[in-house]
Design a protein around this ligand. Structure first.
Ligand SMILES: NC(=O)c1ccc[n+]([C@@H]2O[C@H](COP(=O)([O-])OP(=O)(O)OC[C@H]3O[C@@H](n4cnc5c(N)ncnc54)[C@H](O)[C@@H]3O)[C@@H](O)[C@H]2O)c1
Length: 351
């Protein structure tokens, strides 16, 4: 297993996003040259994205005091515009590309389907094409993209009932457009790996949470509501389980994977997909209890039926990750929620 190479150029799309921020920070601290790309859209509070970029600037300043530490350059651009993607590849000649930019969220895809097609399908296609053409520059000493890593999602498992969810399971029955776009990304990556030799790894992330997280996700939403003294909405009457995964564990998983582009799978494609999840599904109501405990407030709860596009449970089989990298996420939900709450109170200046 190879270790992260800090002498490479890493292009991180979605760098102003939740996971993109944490990954960029880790890479900068490791001494790498990080190019962040994001369109700063207003799917959720843009000031949180600006805060992440501000902190990344700070990481560079702080890290820059030490010799040999990393750099961060930010490019505002949209994946759906081929010219934006091509120009960032031409200018920075990335060795490793991590595509995290996407329209995320299951429920939003019901009312805003266009955004998923533009960012997740056309956008990902533009990334694949740019990777493909990165091999056309050999004469100027740039060997092209050595590894394309991209975010897929646990949503691809849809309503599968066999647990834990394994990357060997059939995932042909998505229950949301979001899930369908993520599964499509895996198929598109396979075709490009096979046709043009792009080594690619897809990562099925399972319900990621942590400091500077996403305000549209349950933990953050519940915290906002509880602090505002409003009731929290609990779907399927609370009968749901999620494999909540702490963001630092996700980042460690990604950092292990980055320098280890897959070998030929025996069928002429350097192609791989991993689950990154906690391998420990938690009842939704336990998450609520941990949150109440951490905040020291009891929530008013409004119990509602299951929402369209939602699934009963997620549960990651991470045996492949363990086999290949000797790593599996291990942050407990209680500890992770405490870290989130401590960041939240600090950021929103609460007591
Ligand atoms: N957070 C999770 O629980 C989770 C779970 C499974 C998969 N994922 C996937 O991981 C990736 C990162 O998720 P996140 O939680 O950090 O989400 P996020 O929304 O915080 O980050 C995504 C970033 O991409 C940017 N973006 C979106 N569309 C873009 C476009 N067309 N061009 C340029 N930038 C664009 C957004 O502005 C945002 O900053 C996404 O692909 C998401 O689908 C996340």
């Amino acid at each position: 297993m190879k270790m992260l190479d800090a002498n490479k150029t890493y292009l991180i799309t979605g760098a102003a996003g939740f996971i993109g921020y944490h990954l960029s920070k880790r890479l900068i601290e490791a001494g790498a040259r990080v190019i962040g790309f994001d369109n700063m859209n207003d799917y959720y509070d843009v000031s949180l994205k600006e805060e992440r970029l501000r902190l990344l600037g700070q990481v560079v300043v702080e890290a820059g005091i030490l010799e040999g530490t990393g750099t961060f350059e930010f490019v505002k651009g949209d994946l759906k515009n081929k010219a934006d993607v091509d120009s960032v590849f031409e200018k920075y000649k990335p060795d490793i590309v991590v595509n995290l930019a996407a329209q995320a969220g299951v429920r939003y895809s019901i009312d805003h389907p266009d955004s998923y097609i533009e960012s997740n399908l056309i956008g990902f296609f533009n990334i694949l094409e740019a990777c493909r053409h990165s091999y056309d520059h050999k004469e100027d000493g740039y060997n092209g993209v050595e590894h394309l890593v991209y975010a897929s999602s646990s949503s691809v498992y849809g309503g599968n009932t066999k647990v834990p969810f394994s990357t060997d399971d059939k995932v042909d029955e998505p229950v949301s457009l979001y899930a369908a776009t993520k599964k499509s990304n895996e198929l598109m990556a396979h075709a490009y790996s096979k046709l043009y030799g792009i080594p690619s790894t897809g990562l099925r992330f399972f319900t990621v949470y942590g400091p500077l997280g996403r305000p549209d996700m349950a933990l953050f939403k519940f915290t906002d509501k509880i602090m505002a003294g409003k009731p929290i909405q609990i779907y399927n009457n609370g009968d749901m389980k999620r494999d909540f995964t702490y963001v630092d564990d996700i980042v460690t998983g990604v950092v292990n994977i980055l320098p280890n582009a897959p070998e030929d799978n025996g069928k002429g494609a350097r192609y791989k997909v991993y689950n990154i999840g906690n391998n420990h599904p938690e009842p939704l109501m336990d998450m609520v209890s941990f949150l109440e405990e951490s905040l020291g407030v009891t929530a008013t709860k409004e119990f509602l039926p299951m929402q369209a596009g939602d699934v009963y449970q997620t549960y990651a089989d991470v045996s492949e990750l363990e086999k290949d990298f000797g790593f599996k996420p291990d942050t407990s939900l209680k500890d992770g929620i405490d870290s989130f709450v401590s960041w939240y109170k600090d950021y929103y200046k609460i007591g």
